[in-house]
Write a protein that binds this ligand. Sequence first.
Ligand code: IFM
Length: 459
Amino acid sequence: MSIFYYGAATAAFQIEGGVAEGGRGASIWDTMCRRPGAIFTGENADISCDHFHRWEEDIRWLKKLGANAYRFSISWSRILPDGKTVNPQGIEFYQRLCRSLRQNGIEPFVTLYHWDLPQALEDRGGWTNRETVSAFRHYAETVIPALTPDVRHWMTLNEPWCSAVFGYYQGVQAPGRKESPAAVADVIHHLLLAHGYGVRTVRQEGASDSEVGIVLNPVASYPATPSEVDRAACEQCWRDENDWWLEPLYHGEYPIGGWRNLYDARPHIEQGDMALIAEPCDFLGLNLYSAMAVSCDWGAPLGWRADLPAGRPSLGGMPFVPEAIHDTVTKIHEQYQVEKIYIAENGVPGANEVPGLDGMVHDPGRVEYLRLVFEQLERLRRNNVPLAGYFVWTLMDNFEWIWGYSRPFGLISVDFKGNQDRTPKESFYYYRDYIANRRMCETPLEATYSKRQEPVDCL
Ligand code: IFM
């Protein structure tokens, strides 16, 4: 039986802090944090969870959780502060982290790019400039061999949809630009090319048993009503939102006619580009949170409208649609014959999560959310869908981009205003027990015989 990974995920900019330490250069998010009004709370990530100094403690928390995997991202501007020159201190930081994870029996899942482009590269045009693809290649060729002794799982990009659409079209995330549809089509193409170079570099420079893939955030959708028109609208929404990424990655072609979301814009494509983008991967990572209810709306630009589903329990403004986990993973597996999928992020933002009189942080809403999600993991398992791992977003409360620290998703709360104490929430213990039970089921019976104290509900 192949191993199933149970882990938690984070991203460099959201947890590290130490922004001016260890030779790190500025990223587009450091700049964004200084733009008046860009972060709703006016906060920044200069210190955040101070993981740069407290990473050993954070590994201890992962151990207490019983996680056998940890997904985190590398800060590109720690490795290449000006986008060109290698910073050995940055490399050493991640080498120590990966080595220690391994020594603690926790598999590192390394994301190369989770939204924090070095500002020096943005100053030369950022992702609208094809030269950023070469800069990414240089970054990948630097960091992959340096971490290869301890890393077997590589994730090239996290949610490139957000980098392109929020970052360069709507301008609500870094670098906060509102570019033309044609320029955004180029941004998407350049991100996908960078992914292709990431895959090739793992093949050339990584260990022979390495795995590599990309992490997408497909828009999970349901027809708002069972009517024929809403069902058709929902299918159209799926194609409009998701084909633009999945088709080039799995079929080596952009959807005919360009991206409808971008007024049919198409990128500049050079010879060999599509083969590079479609370089075969070992897995697909999916970030799955909630789902949209889609209805037919001829007045809307694309003929459909997506709303938050009504009548569902919700937390922090996010409705629970747990079956979307099962349905989205299954749909992508069937449509693209993806033979290995990781849920690379899944979680829910809390509200008013502070330690109670008993010293515990009670987050019953998140516990209930996880309970419903774990049922869907069991459904996937029963249906033999090749899910190979699950990562909660996120290990600890952290800098939630434009929301600052006001949308906590963590299993552990962090005392940002005090001395950075970490306090596990109820959901931390709930997930810990789930992992312990599941891993008991996945271990050969003879190895667990003496440890089994009570029956476990194994599938
Ligand atoms: O915090 C983010 C993460 O960086 C990317 N995926 C969604 C999370 C929650 O909003």
